[in-house]
Write a protein that binds this ligand. Structure first.
Ligand SMILES: CC(C)(COP(=O)(O)OP(=O)(O)OC[C@H]1O[C@@H](n2cnc3c(N)ncnc32)[C@H](O)[C@@H]1OP(=O)(O)O)[C@@H](O)C(=O)NCCC(=O)NCCS
Length: 424
């Protein structure tokens, strides 16, 4: 039997009453749920909080694969674009390798397109799987493991307040939504999802500050035992000064906690606030838990869903020019037998991108001389400013002349490194 043919299977929208228990079993088989009742409630909340935007693969009526999606925004340079996040992709142990996750992921991207998203993003388990639906890898982020007592943050200490994911969820979401916005910064879902997302995997404690009576800056931390390591899973601040106030708060934990892990904002260098970082690196090297470390990884991926909207958001050019691009989009074959019955089938085809007073992207018929051949994966990475066109040419991901690559790079070379600032 063809391993992709599954008798009794059906790919349909998630139904909470019918599917929640089997989705939990799927999460348990993936190692994402350890059968504790408290976490069961949190996972159920997470699935309730996205307004029904989940699809499942049923086999004999039982959900054996699930894909969750949420709407939001992503900042591109100076503009906000509509965003869809793909999350919680899981297949049970009896249903793997039968293209269930592939079909449901492709269908989810198509639903996001129909819902008006310009861009889709996700957190990947590894590079490769989501490339098959047009996603390209995002920028590195720095993660630091530091001894808080070795911090010397130039900000005054203020005693924080304790916040609560139930009673303060609306304000916490507002603080996330109005936080200092950087290129690539995302806001996902509403207050229910902010709270559900922050606690679905972790027991977090939240500390922070109010300004004019409203929560303005906070951090959510997972603590481990008496001495850590503690992990900051989320933080929000509206100004650089408020970010430093939060770091100053972390510094105070040094009388008890040995290690705190946090993700570095793209606009600062944490090492600037560490006393004698060179000596600390040498002295703690080899320690299993207490070493000062700063490590980088690229954990998220993105893909352009609405090319015209993405091109339109790009910055101005000095001289108008256009590029005829042959785009390969691998998503379409995965939409076959996915249960998707809309019109979106990806961006595969020939496009003219015109850059001038305004920028446009239009599909054109084959036959015009092609300036650039690429995939939607690579085009997205260039558009976001993850890699320049010249590097993509060297990698074989862009096929174009050096002159075309140079012109394209004038559109993205000013972009800072994109950073989502949200765990989706
Ligand atoms: C990842 C997961 C969802 C895949 O589910 P699945 O239903 O078995 O996936 P599909 O059958 O649709 O696709 C499998 C295909 O992906 C390919 N694939 C898997 N990982 C890959 C990778 N890193 N790079 C490239 N291809 C990959 C497989 O080779 C297979 O290809 P084939 O169909 O040509 O043989 C499943 O293994 C799972 O639930 N894992 C645990 C939870 C998890 O990590 N989820 C992802 C969260 S981001």
């Amino acid at each position: 039997m063809d391993r992709q043919t599954i008798p009794g299977s059906n790919l349909v929208p998630f139904d909470f009453d019918r599917d929640m228990e089997s989705v939990l079993r799927t999460w348990s088989e993936a190692g994402w749920w350890d059968d504790e009742d408290a976490q069961k409630e949190k996972i159920s909340d997470f699935f309730m909080a996205n307004d029904g935007r989940t699809v499942v693969g049923l086999i004999d009526g039982s959900a054996e694969c699930v894909v969750h999606r949420t709407l939001g925004t992503v900042r591109y340079d100076q503009q906000l674009l509509s965003l869809g996040c793909v999350s919680a992709v899981t297949t049970s142990r009896i249903a793997r390798r039968r293209r269930l996750a592939s079909r449901l992921t492709a269908r989810t991207v198509a639903h996001l397109a129909d819902e008006g998203c310009a861009v889709a993003m996700l957190g990947m388990f590894d590079q490769g799987f989501y490339d098959r639906f047009g996603f390209g890898t995002g920028a590195y982020e720095n993660h630091a493991w530091i001894y808080p007592g070795a911090l010397a943050v130039p900000a005054p200490y203020q005693a924080p307040q304790r916040f609560d994911l139930d009673s303060d969820s609306e304000e916490l979401h507002e603080a996330m939504a109005s936080r200092l916005s950087v290129h690539g910064g995302v806001v996902v879902g509403g207050e229910r999802l902010t709270a559900a997302g922050m606690r679905v995997d972790d027991d977090v404690s939240i500390y922070g500050y109010r300004t004019d009576g409203q929560i303005s800056h906070f951090l959510a931390v997972v603590t481990t035992g008496e001495h850590g390591p503690d992990r900051i899973t989320q933080w929000a601040y509206q100004t650089p000064e408020q970010c430093l106030e939060l770091l100053r708060l972390v510094q105070e934990w040094g009388d008890q906690v040995d290690v705190v892990r946090l993700t570095e904002p793209v606009w600062l260098q944490l090492q600037d606030f560490i006393v004698d970082p060179g000596a600390q690196l040498r002295r703690t090297k080899g320690s299993q838990t207490g070493a000062l470390r700063i490590e980088a990884d690229a954990w998220w991926q993105a893909r352009i869903v609405d090319l015209a909207a993405c091109v339109e958001a790009m910055g101005p050019v000095d001289e108008p020019f256009s590029v005829v691009v042959r785009i390969e989009d691998p998503v379409e074959p995965h939409l076959v037998n996915s249960g998707y019955d809309g019109d979106w089938n990806g961006l595969d085809g020939t496009w003219r991108l015109s850059f001038g007073a305004t920028h446009t992207a239009e599909r054109i018929s084959d036959g015009e001389p092609i300036d650039l051949e690429t995939t939607i994966n690579a085009l997205t990475r260039w558009w976001l400013g993850v890699l320049p066109a010249s590097t993509l040419v060297a990698m074989g991901a862009f096929e174009c002349t050096a002159d075309t690559a140079d012109r394209m790079d004038t559109l993205t070379s000013h972009l800072p490194k994109p950073q989502p600032g949200w765990d989706f």
